[in-house]
Structures are given as C-alpha cells and as structure tokens.
Design a protein around this ligand. Structure first.
Ligand SMILES: Nc1ncnc2c1ncn2[C@@H]1O[C@H](COP(=O)(O)OP(=O)(O)OP(=O)(O)O)[C@@H](O)[C@H]1O
Ligand SMILES: [Mg+2]
Length: 479
C-alpha cells in the first residue's frame, strides 16, 4: 500500500470509538440504501406497473368508454380534457410505434383489455419508457406546459427530470383510430428526494445515538485509562468502582487486582530488604568488636574500614526501605518551590548550591514530594561533592513535560560509565574512602524515584566541563 493511501486511510479512520462506530454504521446504512435501490431498480417495471394500475389504467378505461360512446368529432376534445399535469391523452389515426412488449407490459395490456370489457377495437398496447423522454408522442401540448417535468429547454422531445418515466398506453378504437394516453410516473432511484432524505435522517439519528451511547458507556473506560496513567507515574490510586458494560467492568476489576498485587509485591520486597539489612547489623557489630583484637594494626584498620562500609550500606538500605515503606500520598506541588527548598538546605550548611533564573510560568506537578525531594537532594549532593557547585534549572521541555537540571563544574564522567554510575553500590570515585562520599546508592535511588513518577533521569557532560543530571517529568497542569 502506498504511503499516501495509508495516510489517507489514517486520516479518514477516526481515532475515537464513537467516531469509528458512527463511520461504520453510516457506511452500513449507505450500503443498505444502495442495495435497496438496486433491488428496486430490478423491480422497476413491476413498481411502475403498480403505479399504472392505480391511475393511468382506470383513466384510459374511462376515456375509451366515453369516446366510443360519443360522436367522433368530440373525441379529440374529450381526450384533451383528460390531459392534465403529467398525463397527455389524444386520439389519432397513427398506431403506436412497433414495440416488443415485456412480460410486465403484456400483463398490463391484458389487464387493460379485461377492464375494457370488449369496448375498443382490439388488443391495447403498453410501453413503459424509463428513458424519460417526455412529449415524444403527445401532440396536444408542448413541453412548455410541463416545465416541472423537464430537464433541459427547447425541442419537442424533452428529457424528463431524473427519477421520472413515461408509460404509454394505446387502445385501438373503432374507425381506425387510436386512443393514446402517456402518463408520467415517478421512478424509484438512488437520488430520489425521499430516499436521500430518509438516509440522511437515519444517518443523523444513528450518529447521535451512537455518540451518546459510546460516551456514556466508555466513561468508566476513561477513568480506567486515567487511573493506569496515574499508577504508571507511581501515584497511589484508590481502587476503581467496578461499573459500566461487562467488558469494561472486567477490565476495571483486572486493573484493581493488578494494582493491588503489584503494590503488595513491591511492599514485600522492601520488607525483605529491610529485614536483611537490619539483621546484618548485629553480626557486623560483633565482627567489628572481634576485629579490634587483630594484632596487625594495618590488617585491623583494613578490616574495620570494610566493616564500617558494610554497616553504612546496611544503614543506607534501611533508610531507603523505610522511606519507600511509608506510602506517601501524591500531592500537587510547585516544582520550582520544591527545588528551591532543596537548594536552600545545601546553601544553609555552606555548600555552593543555587537556583538558576526563575521560570516565566509556574509549573504544578502531582508527585510524592518527600520522595521527589530525596531524588533531587541526591543529585545536588553529587554536584556539590564531586563538582564543587550545584546550579538547579527548572524548565519546560515541549508540551506536558518539565525538566529539572542539576549542573556542576566538576570533572564530569566518561560517557560509557553513565549507566554504571546508576547501578546500586557502584562508586566511580577512585578513592573508596567514606570521607569523600557515600556508598553508591544516590543515583540508583534518584532514578528509581523519578521512574516511579513516570519520568526519566539522564546524565550528560556539559560542553564547558562538569556534569548535568536532568530529570524530565510529565506534568499535569500549568497556571
Ligand atoms: N556530579 C558528578 N560528577 C562526577 N562524578 C559523579 C557525579 N555524580 C555521581 N558521580 C559518580 O557516580 C558515582 C555514583 O554516584 P551515587 O550518587 O550513586 O553514589 P555516591 O555519591 O558515591 O554515594 P551516595 O550518593 O550513596 O552517598 C559516584 O561515586 C561518583 O563517582
Ligand atoms: Mg551520591
């Protein structure tokens, strides 16, 4: 399929469920309408015959009887009197044009003959002409008398408007004369007004009902989508009401179960981690006490330093799990204020941390503020510790996203080690002394918090030197 065709299909195929249903239903209606018209077209002659039987036939019978019972001179005037809008009657010596009658026409001719009860002078002829050429035979009146029937102007043989046909009945009279009656009949057609109108009205009714129904029925689907989005961002979502059509109710129920299981799973893992870290502390303390009895001072110091490091790891892990275990509520906060608070914490203890120029508009972000502050604190801590100073910039990146950049003036990091830096307990510092840093959890924790908010944390080296850690978060609203 060519790219343009694909684009066209995508353009025509609406995105919403209501749009798709409306399109499908209207297309089906149109198809049904066309099929109906095609069937009617096939039944054309029969339909026309039905109309003729009702009007033209009885007129012709009456007229024949009258003419045959009157003097010949009055025949023309009498026929003229029967000429009305859409019907033309006249008497002439000319027989009808030779024409092979169809079975419908023959049926009509037989019916006419029966109704005449022997009046007239032989078998009548019937010609159903659906080409719609009016006035081909009628000499009495010109087409000017029937402007509503015509399609064009001028000429004795005028094409009729679409949807009209002519039925020509010819009855032989006594005295070598013929009574001709031409009647205009409406033909069923695709573009006849009632058909188009009925299609438009049904399409409108179907569209309105579909849109209303779908909107009503998918309300619960929309709240499900909204809840999934919030859950994906790491927000705590209360269980959803199970309502709506059975399929949607089943999906909602499945979402509730999934959310509950996932939360339980995360809680269990955190509890396990906390238990391990907690239980390791006692043997480590014992080990440290025993290490003091090692005679060799150098070996002893090494062992004690390693044990201290292990204790620090346990403490950090415990602190992290404790923070995770307290299920914090999601609140909407001004993200710039939150950053300024963290920067202020560092500045107040003499660190070189500052905010860049304030943004033009406030950005409100639904998040778990304590966790978010923790992530930011880890980044500012790294910038101050390894890059001398931290500068925090809040900005908007495109629609619906906010970025928080923490930049420093340090040595930066080799690009191929960025991913490594995010690994828990990995320190890229050449010296592993606890004096210069922590235990390698800061970036791992920050990234896990940012991801839980549906965002991304990335590292990049600044062109002028130094590292830039950037958090990009989806926003909810702006003011
Ligand atoms: N701004 C930075 N400039 C240079 N190197 C950095 C920077 N931030 C992090 N790193 C390197 O990445 C490593 C991992 O950082 P991370 O914050 O995860 O752990 P940490 O700072 O060593 O310990 P913790 O944060 O747990 O106290 C650091 O040890 C450091 O080598
Ligand atoms: Mg750190």
């Amino acid at each position: 399929m060519s790219g343009r065709l694909k684009w066209l299909l995508r353009f025509l195929w609406p995105g919403s469920l209501a749009g798709r249903l409306v399109l499908l239903l209207v297309a089906t209606l149109a198809l049904a309408q066309v099929l109906l018209v095609l069937v009617l077209q096939n039944e054309h002659d029969a339909v026309v015959a039905g109309i003729v039987r009702g009007q033209a036939l009885s007129q012709t019978v009456t007229l024949t009887r009258l003419i045959e019972s009157m003097p010949q001179e009055q025949a023309d005037r009498l026929a003229g009197a029967f000429t009305t809008r859409g019907t033309c009657a006249w008497v002439s010596a000319d027989p009808p044009d030779p024409h092979e009658m169809t079975s419908t026409e023959e049926g009509l001719a037989r019916l006419l003959s029966r109704r005449l009860h022997g009046v007239g002078n032989g078998a009548p002829a019937v010609h159903i002409d659906t080409d719609g050429l009016w006035n081909r035979r009628c000499p009495e009146r010109s087409s000017e008398d029937f402007p509503w029937l015509r399609r064009g102007t001028g000429g004795p043989s005028q094409p009729l408007r679409p949807g009209l046909g002519v039925v020509a009945l010819s009855v032989p009279l006594s005295g070598q004369r013929w009574l001709h009656v031409d009647a205009v009949v409406g033909l069923p057609g695709i573009w006849s007004r009632p058909i188009v109108l009925s299609f438009l009205i049904s399409a409108l009714a179907v569209s309105l009902v579909t849109v209303a129904c779908v909107r009503f029925q998918t309300r619960s689907l929309r709240s499900l989508a909204d809840a999934s989005e919030r859950f994906g961002r790491g927000e705590s979502v209360p269980p959803l009401d199970v309502r709506g059509p059975s399929e949607v109710a089943a999906a909602t129920q499945a979402f509730n179960t999934m959310q509950q299981r996932l939360s339980q799973f995360v809680r269990d893992r955190m509890r396990l981690l906390a238990a391990i870290s907690h239980d390791l502390r006692t043997p480590l303390t014992t080990l440290r006490l025993k290490a003091e009895f090692v005679d060799d001072a150098e070996v002893r110091n090494d062992i004690v330093a390693t044990i201290d490091e292990l204790v620090a790891i346990c403490e950090a892990t415990l602190a992290f799990t404790r923070a995770e275990a307290t299920s914090e509520e999601t609140r909407t906060v001004d993200i710039e204020d939150l950053c300024a608070d963290v920067v202020e914490e560092f500045a107040s203890v003499g660190a070189d941390a500052r905010m860049a120029d304030p943004m033009a508009a406030r950005v409100l972000l639904p998040c778990r503020p304590v966790a978010m502050r923790r992530a930011l604190r880890n980044l500012v801590d790294n910038a101050v510790r390894y890059g001398r100073r931290a500068e925090v910039t809040v900005g908007q990146t495109g629609a619906g996203a906010v970025s928080i950049r923490v930049e420093d003036e340090g040595p930066g990091l080799p690009e191929d080690r960025f991913e490594e830096a995010f690994q828990p307990f990995v320190r890229l510092e050449p010296s592993r002394s606890t004096e210069t840093g922590g235990i390698g959890l800061g970036l791992a924790i920050a990234r896990s918090i940012v991801k839980a908010h549906g965002g991304e944390l990335t590292l990049a080296n600044r062109p002028g030197g130094g590292l830039c850690a950037e958090i990009v978060l989806p926003t909810a609203e702006r003011s």
